[in-house]
Design a binder for this molecule. Sequence first.
Ligand code: EPS
Length: 402
Amino acid sequence: MIKYITAGESHGKGLTIIVEGFPTGFPLSEDYIQEDLARRQRGYGRGGRQLIEKDRAELLSGVRHGLTMGSPISMFIPNKDYVNWGKVMATEPVEDPGNTVTRLRAGHADMPGTIKYGISDVRNILERSSARETAARVAAGAVAKRFLQEFGIEVHSHVINIGGVRSKYEHPVDWEKANASEVHCIDPLAEAEMIKIIDKAKEDGDTIGGAVEVVATNVPIGLGSHVHYERKLDARLALALMSIQACKSVAIGEGWEAADLPGSQYHDTLEPIAEDGKAPAGPYPTASGPWHRATNRTGGIEGGMSTGMPLIARFTIKPIATLAKPLPSVDLVTGKTVQAHFERSDVCNVPPAGVIGEAAVAFVLADAFLEKFGGDNIDETSRNFNSYQKTIGPRSWVATDG
Ligand code: EPS
């Protein structure tokens, strides 16, 4: 239903984003998109690049007088660092463009990229495979987030693990607390330990990975479908999240723990809501429908469809492949043993990964939402959504006479 495409190299002129397929008539502004771009740049463990950039997406098309027009939304985020890379990254031929990179980094796209594309300068691969591209994804995701907001759907995230230090938390999560934390973690004890681990990695010239959790609330029942692999909401989320640079695994809800528990302890049983219409107390009091679940291990998805419970996706980020104390490697041209390439990098990229994960989840949800409710104009989408929401309940409750 909707799609986006990004273009741009890490040290080129900037990042271009085209977002296509959203209805006309909902508000969108550069300032709104800016909020998530700024959140992506924050986080303990970031390197020198974030001191140079002040990411802001200029809206070039698809929005008029503050409202979407239904036409492709195009944006441009300039790379401020380009002034330092004009010769190396020039689009026109230049004399003496500077040193080529031939020392491969294990864990990055360097080796398979150079072999696949038949090139001898790693820069042609590392520039595009850099996580700088995630700024463009966050801009695209912000459009989806703004659209979902029209229907009360919110997408947030927090860090649940850095270098093996796990956050102790319960749902519902206090998102303001997560945003206020330097490592985007709501558990102050874990936060202090995570900061220590990042400091230690920096001292050692090392890098450190972790895991984040993305939560979408007020997702209606029935986004996605059970009928085909590519229509399953969990499969679509897995693709969107796994494609984030450095992501190594994705789980929906307690997907990693599912291997450990018997069915009697794993599944989120349905209970009717009391006669007074109130949901029982518990972590998920806002049941969507005349039922309630005390647990949400399946992360709000059953059979590839949303259940109306908070949608929860977790993913891990491996430690960044560019180490200040480089790993032993091989030179692409000479085949000789060398130390891997190091230019500049982050020590830990886990806090910004949450913001990028939010963008990925929001885009999938907006796509599935438009697939179900359609509409060329936001009012049309709202009418379709509201009329469906009235049908939710046991079949005997559903009015058949309209
Ligand atoms: C990033 C920009 C990059 C890296 C990082 C993420 O900028 P530079 O290469 O100029 O330091 O800091 O990229 C990686 C971790 C990577 O492995 O490519 C950003 O804006 O997020």
